[in-house]
Write a protein that binds this ligand. Structure first.
Ligand code: ATP
Ligand code: MG
Length: 448
């Protein structure tokens, strides 16, 4: 009898219900438990629901949990307005001008809460002359909120209290099948926001799922629309690709889709350097590995790597023309950075660190006297050393040098003394004749 009852209950809970236009997937089918939701996001959905509002975990987090990946963050969508959300949570603040969101703080965790919004109907929409949406900030209901999202896998709503998933676009089936599919007509959706083409590439590479054929097909023809997207937004998306932990796949995919040349100045750096490609791909693979091991990656290090082949070429030319190495390095760095700045490729704020990493490279070649000891004390030693290892791995510098520094760092004082190489006599003489009274302009930070 009990068995029969349990069987009935169990069967019922395994069934997909339909509520309005949504399919409601029960826990017994999707298997995402509420304990997998972050502390803060659970607090937010609980708090809003207790205050009488609808509240769900949405977007990337639900998708990632279904794919057995760890979500980067947990976003919440609700029918409460930003002001109403603020009233429920004391430690919260409204952010954003274009579309106002609420950040709710729980110690370290910040939960982003957005009010359901809708796509503005074609006739009311403000678009540029290419059909790009300039405004999409109207409140809406849950169904409209699902429809304005990009991919079906990104439009799932998870209710932590019932452990149900609300699905308006068959995103559950797509996610389970490993398919990234655009909601609606891909041509229209790319026109509204061309960045979705890059998101398609990034998300399919990052999640290791395939792009649906109809979603991928228009990209080749529509890629020129990316020219009309503000540079800062493109840079944001490219950075997300490079720091996704799957940059190598993203780059390969961009190339396959012919989405690379002339579109993104930062990426052009990669394509334009046949000589440096090996080094750059190694740097990207190294970045991917670090991110997968939860190690930090500094954008400045990555940029320094992307531009290094160019810096080296400019430096080589100058040294061959008889310039002194350090002066030549300063000029080469300035030339390459000025070129990047003109194209808005790499944010200026990273210049100082990039320069330090580059300048340190010459100092690693000096393994005699007091110089290696002073280099060890340099605040960017670690970044410079990691960079040196990349140069070794790409064949640019002898492996011996990397090994020497590997040992020197951790060696005892006696061993360090043993390791020091004899000073070259010419170098000694020069140093004696020219004491350190006249450093090269601007070289004081890290070069000697
Ligand atoms: P990630 O794991 O990289 O954070 P994500 O899908 O969560 O991926 P976000 O940029 O955090 O990406 O966006 C959160 C959600 O907002 C997405 O899941 C999607 O539903 C929606 N979204 C983001 N960008 C767009 C866009 N350009 N067009 C439509 N919907 C978008
Ligand atoms: Mg996200």
């Amino acid at each position: 009898m009990i068995k029969k009852f349990l069987k009935r209950v169990f069967r019922k809970s395994e069934k997909v219900k339909t509520v309005g236009n949504a399919q409601v997937i029960p826990f017994a089918l999707h298997g995402v438990a509420s304990v997998q939701i972050s502390y803060g996001a659970k607090k937010v959905t609980d708090g809003l629901q207790a205050a009488g509002y609808q509240a769900y975990v949405v977007g990337g987090a639900v998708r990632d949990l279904l794919l057995d990946k760890t979500p980067k963050d947990f976003d919440v969508a609700t029918d409460a307005t930003p002001e109403q959300v603020r009233r429920v949570f004391r430690r919260s603040r409204i952010i954003g001008r274009r579309f106002r969101l609420v950040h709710v703080m729980f110690g370290e965790e910040v939960v982003e809460v957005s009010t359901f919004r809708r796509m503005i109907e074609a006739e009311d929409a403000q678009t540029d002359e290419h059909g790009r949406l300039l405004r999409d900030n109207e409140f809406g209901d849950q169904e409209q909120d699902a429809a304005r999202r990009d991919f079906t896998a990104n439009a799932l709503f998870y209710d932590p209290s019932s452990q149900e998933i609300f699905d308006f676009h068959r995103g559950y089936a797509d996610t389970r099948d490993g398919v990234l599919r655009m909601i609606g007509d891909p041509v229209v959706r790319y026109r509204e926001d061309p960045v979705r083409m890059l998101r398609a590439v990034r998300l399919s590479a990052k999640l290791d799922i395939k792009l649906d054929v109809a979603t991928a097909a228009p990209i080749a023809k529509m890629k020129d629309l990316l020219d009309n997207v503000p540079e800062a937004r493109l840079l944001d998306e490219v950075l997300k690709m490079l720091l996704s932990g799957h940059s190598v796949e993203c780059i390969q995919q961009l190339r396959k889709m012919d989405l690379h040349h002339g579109l993104l100045p930062l990426l052009d750096v990669i394509w334009e350097q046949p000589r440096g490609e090996k080094f750059i791909m190694l740097a990207l693979r190294n970045t991917d590995d670090r991110l997968r091991q939860d190690k930090t990656v500094s954008p400045a290090f990555l940029f320094a790597a992307l531009l290094w082949p160019e810096v080296r070429t400019a430096w080589d030319i100058r040294v061959k023309n008889g310039e002194r190495p350090i002066g030549a390095m300063h000029e080469a760095m300035d030339e390459v950075l000025a070129k990047q700045k003109a194209r808005m490729a790499i944010p200026h704020r990273h210049d100082a660190v990039m320069k330090e990493i580059w300048l340190l490279q010459q100092r690693f070649e000096q393994c005699s006297g007091q110089r290696p000891f002073r280099l060890l004390e340099h605040p960017r030693f670690r970044a410079g050393y990691d960079f040196l290892l990349l140069r070794c791995a790409s064949g640019e510098v002898d492996d011996e040098l990397g090994l020497w520094w590997d040992e020197f760092q951790d060696a005892s004082s006696e061993r360090r003394e043993e390791m020091l190489q004899p000073e070259k006599s010419a170098e000694k003489k020069r140093r004696r004749r020219k004491p350190r009274s006249k450093p090269t302009a601007g070289a004081s930070a890290s070069a000697e």
